[in-house]
Design a protein around this ligand. Structure first.
Ligand SMILES: [Cu+2]
Length: 491
């Protein structure tokens, strides 16, 4: 992605058409109706646009410690970043640029997406409860857009539904959104114009409003991570998502990254950790953490009342929802952290393949090889072979089950990462500490002693419930997926 040429960004004082659309916007959005004083409007019109900040790398950037405005403990966006702002007469000004981007989803695989400021998802926006926020949105897409500030309390004309709350932002135009961040919490932003296309193309981002003072329901934490659940349908070997797909996506991602491209969440032993997860896919995701129990301390509606919290290891994040979980990271190790739908921890090509477990292919293979010399049977012993087989892949895709761990292939993909808990991870250090060094005698190992007969044979006669002596006909059920076409559209 090339950095934006600032001269391409329309500046209100120089471009009449932008002024026109802006005047029209304020009229239509009903700001004159009392949401913002007239003086504020003219101040916006007078000010130049803040220079847009771009990010070209998909790395997890360190937290952006606020250097102006009220202090807070910043979040870390997984494989993402926080958008810097400028203070203008007490108003926090941000500049989002909606534009086509190239996102590396994992090393070896790039996708042509739409996003904001060089990446998909867009940068995280962080403000403090009570802040007046002004967001300039420049549209560099080939079609109109808008931004909806999912979950916020704001004047109706700032809610961003194209056609309902405002005219859409035409290509080349810049609109201004301005409101006070009224309640603390976790929010998302995404277009509300040609949503099906624009969300399938990766347009979305996170918004955090930190509490202005100590809040009875919002604890202070040592590490605060955020990421969005998103999904794409990109055929192996191609670059652009299929936007008409309703449910059968083949790339299940966190912040438009797939395992092994998703960074681990690296924390210090006994850190209090918060993770905020937003779902902008078309299905729910039961997010599961190994080795620890967590509390759901917040939703997109705000912090949860203490009486509603109980310990869990999996929490479902439904479509359009946000869940905020908190736990004490008091078990050292590399703990898996993933969506529990097994098809969502798999990359492209894990779909529409008939089940072949137990099928003897030898005769078939012999015949097919005569016609197709490279023919290969998939999944005769289960699908784990897929992680290791050396089948030539098309360009720009990665194996459906992959990722090297310290003991071999992890056989995962998609929505999978790790929580790495280390005694010597320094406060504020988010670097990957490498693989966990297990203390001697704490790793599962192969039993090499003598094998005994299974105990159930001996127990057969001694059941408390007598077995029915029916002369039942034995039935063996053979399960095979009906056809590749009928698929599994329900997951
Ligand atoms: Cu999932």
């Amino acid at each position: 992605m090339q950095p934006i040429d600032p001269s391409m960004v329309p500046i209100p004082n120089q471009e009449n058409s932008t002024m026109t659309s802006r005047r029209q916007f304020f009229r239509t959005a009903g700001i004159a109706g009392g949401a913002i004083a007239a003086s504020a409007v003219s101040r916006v019109a007078m000010s130049a646009l803040p220079e847009p900040v771009l990010q070209t790398k998909p790395d997890t950037m360190p937290p952006l410690v606020p250097n102006s405005g009220r202090p807070y403990n910043p979040v870390v966006t997984l494989n993402g970043w926080t958008l810097p702002w400028r203070m203008n007469a007490g108003v926090k000004e941000f500049h989002l640029v909606a534009e086509p981007v190239v996102r590396e989803m994992a090393p070896g695989m790039k996708a042509h997406l739409w996003g904001y400021n060089g990446q998909s998802p867009g940068p995280t926006i962080e403000v403090v409860e009570g802040d007046r926020v002004r967001i300039f949105v420049t549209n560099k897409l080939p079609e109109h857009t808008s931004i909806h500030w999912h979950g916020q309390r704001l004047p109706n004309g700032m809610d961003g539904v194209g056609g309902l709350n405002q005219p859409t932002i035409q290509p080349g135009k810049t609109f201004v959104y301005e409101f006070v961040a009224r309640r603390p919490g976790t929010f998302m932003y995404h277009p509300h114009a040609d949503e099906m296309t624009q969300m399938a193309m990766g347009m979305m981002g996170f918004w955090i409003t930190h509490p202005k003072a100590k809040h009875p329901l919002i604890d202070e934490v040592d590490r605060d991570f955020v990421f969005l659940l998103n999904a794409y349908d990109i055929d192996p070997g191609s670059y652009t998502p299929k936007i008409m797909t309703m449910l059968d996506f083949n790339l299940w991602s966190w912040n438009s990254r797939i395992f092994p491209g998703i960074d681990s969440l690296n924390v210090r032993l006994n850190d209090k950790v918060r993770i905020r997860i937003g779902n902008l896919t078309m299905t729910n995701h039961p997010i599961h953490l190994h080795g620890h129990e967590f509390l759901v301390t917040g939703t997109d509606g705000g912090p949860t009342p203490k009486s509603t919290r109980w310990y869990e290891v999996t929490t479902d994040v439904a479509v359009g929802q946000m869940r905020q979980i908190e736990f004490l990271a008091d078990e050292p190790g590399d703990w898996a952290f993933h969506c529990h739908k097994s098809h969502h921890t798999m990359n492209a090509m894990g779909h529409d393949v008939p089940t072949m477990i137990g099928v003897d292919h030898r005769k078939v293979v012999k015949q097919v090889t005569g016609l197709i010399p490279d023919y290969m049977v998939m999944g005769e012993r289960g699908m784990a072979d897929m992680a290791e087989m050396e089948m030539p892949l098309p360009d720009n895709t990665i194996p459906m089950m992959t990722g090297e761990g310290p003991f071999g292939s992890v056989e995962m993909g998609g929505m999978f990462s790790m929580l790495k808990v280390r005694r010597d991870q320094k406060p504020g250090d988010y670097k990957d500490p490498g693989w966990y060094q297990h203390p001697a005698g704490t790793v599962a190992f192969e039993y090499t002693g003598a094998l005994t007969e299974p105990a159930r044979f001996k127990a057969e006669g001694g059941q408390s419930m007598p077995r029915a002596q029916k002369n039942a006909k034995e039935i063996e059920v053979q399960v095979r997926k009906p056809s590749a076409k009928s698929g599994h559209s329900g997951h």
